[in-house]
Design a protein around this ligand. Structure first.
Ligand code: R5P
Length: 295
């Protein structure tokens, strides 16, 4: 029984100090519930407003991708330098220590392989699984203009509906088919459709011309996809431009884990994203960490 005999009368009401309300730092996310905001604040740094997501979910449609043959050996050393891991439940359960302090973005769409039409996806993970795994967001591929455009959009909206019940955000990943034009006009269309239909943040590729219009016309944060491997300086330059032009960070895979020195590269990307480091200085950092033997 609580000790109620000698209760002191509370008197420290500070009635002259109004309680402060803090605006949530992330674009378009101010009206979300506490749990949603808390999860987003574990993906995006409240200090910089940005994120370095490490995408290692490639296996869900293309099997053991170069650099991901042994996630335990090649990816675990990179984890301390990422804000978030984007991956499948299979790799999460089998390889990633459950004591990790890192936030998890779970790939929840799937059902196709590189041997067939990639846009023919469904939802491959229950909402209960995302709750059990304590994830901070769920990632769904959206194929605007693709063969299965409608189904992929509805996969995303279904996940938004389910996630909203439990306070879990949905990341819409805009996927570009082989024959489709990758330009600002396309990504404005794709990102805006996803945001209008409820996605909490959007992943798109970078485009040289007009990327700032993609970010400006999207009411929620955009993270830049990495794409195929390119020389480190080019990848750092692309990441730099993306964040300077309005992206709230990056979701990069191959340009980190297929680098000659992945541990050095992820730290260089971090400097660009969180410290606004110039591509040249970030590349110097990459070189010097690489020369110190930090692969
Ligand atoms: C998109 O299709 C998937 O999430 C990919 O597995 C991931 O985005 C690829 O990352 P990156 O293009 O940077 O290797």
């Amino acid at each position: 029984m609580p000790d109620v005999d000698d209760l002191k009368e509370a008197k420290n009401y500070a009635a002259d100090i109004p309680q402060k309300s803090q605006a949530f730092f992330l674009k378009g996310s101010g009206s979300l519930d506490w749990g949603m905001q808390n999860r987003l604040a574990r993906i995006f740094s409240p200090e910089s407003g940005r994120t370095v997501m490490l995408a290692i979910d490639h296996g869900y449609f293309q099997g053991p991708t170069t650099g991901l043959e042994r996630v335990d050996l090649t990816i675990l050393p990179l984890v301390p330098y990422a804000d978030t891991l984007m991956l499948t439940r299979g790799i999460l359960r089998t390889i990633i220590p459950s004591a990790t302090p890192k936030s998890i973005v779970l790939r929840v769409s799937g059902g196709t392989s590189i041997l067939k039409e990639l846009s023919d996806e469904g939802l491959a993970v229950d909402i209960e699984e995302s709750i059990r795994l304590n994830v901070c967001a769920m990632a769904v591929q959206v194929f605007i203009g693709g063969e299965h455009e409608r189904e992929s959009i509805l996969n995303m909206t279904n996940m938004v509906n389910l996630g909203t019940r439990y306070g879990i955000p949905t990341l819409a990943v805009t996927a570009v088919g082989k024959d489709m034009v990758r330009d600002a006009r396309y990504f404005r269309l794709a990102a805006r459709i996803c945001a209008e239909l409820g996605a909490h943040y959007i992943k798109t590729y970078y485009v040289e011309k007009g990327f700032e219009t993609v970010c400006a016309s999207c009411p929620v944060p955009i993270v830049m996809a990495g794409g195929k491997k390119m020389p480190e300086l080019e990848a750092l330059t692309m990441a730099f431009r993306a964040v300077q032009e309005g992206a709230a960070g990056v979701d990069m895979g191959r340009n980190i884990f297929q680098s000659d020195a992945p541990t050095a590269m992820v730290q260089a990307v971090r400097a660009v994203v969180h410290k606004n480091e110039s591509p040249a200085k970030a590349f110097d950092l990459y070189q010097s960490l690489k020369n110190q033997g930090k692969r």
